[in-house]
Design a protein around this ligand. Sequence first.
Ligand code: SAM
Length: 294
Amino acid sequence: MQKICFDKDKWFLETPFPGVRRCKRDLFFIQKEIFKKRTKFQEVFIFSTPGFGKILTLDGIIQFSQLDEANYHETMAHTALFTHNFPKKVLIIGGGDGGVLREVCKHKEVELIHLVEIDKEIPSLCQKYLSFVSNGAFKDRRLNLFFEDGAKFLEDKKYFYDVIMVDSTDPVGPGKALFEAPFYNKVYNALSKDGLAIFQAGPFLDLNTVIKKSVQILKKLFKYVCFLRFPMPSYSCGCEYCFILSSKKYNPLKISKKILEERYKTRLKNPLNLKYYTPSIHLASLVIPPLWQI
Ligand code: SAM
């Protein structure tokens, strides 16, 4: 077998999770090591790179890069919130870096935000070393922070949230339970009658190994289940990334551009400060090639 040699102090090699993506791996040049520590839950590594800027990895897997974090965080927050007629109560599960929170806080119509993060150290480390991600959002007076397992947190929540956003790690380690049927059931039960949920699902490269299983379970629960696709050059060899939007009442595929434009203009504090999301991008992200239809 041919060996590839590289200096581990200079290059970061992303870890594939078991059984998935054994054929390709990403390598990032480490310009500067910023922070490294094992918390109670995971191995945290923060470093800077040429091109991608600052990067956070957990257990060897990229969580975001400065270059493309807006694609992920804006897509998750705005597509979900603009699909709902009047989202007042929002729950973010995971998302301790504060990126999704930063985007949710831009919505005037949202009255209450709960964020449940299993690892207490992530919000403080991200605010210290990667402050551009939350950009002050942890100070929003609508926010309540909880440090516990997202699945446990939902146990006693019934018909409460309008929108739930699952911004978890991949289905290994503490994030594993957030990709399984008991968790999806709890999300469904915690949503109000017209509630909807958005889940980070992985790259389309993992359609057969990870994403299909989630969709099969969600389709049994929700009236509408659809994919959103968007580019994430820093993730999984640059493959297009997938969120699953699941809704009890509103059909995400039937929302018109006119309604989205109206909501975009009236609900956001400052629509022009977004980097990625627009109503046209929203509609484009719902167009899925035949290869990925399920
Ligand atoms: N954008 C990211 C990605 O690509 O996967 C996710 C970012 S965010 C840092 C993921 C967060 O989910 C981590 O901070 C992790 O601690 C948290 N997390 C993992 N499992 C969890 C669980 N069971 N309950 C609550 N939070 C969890």
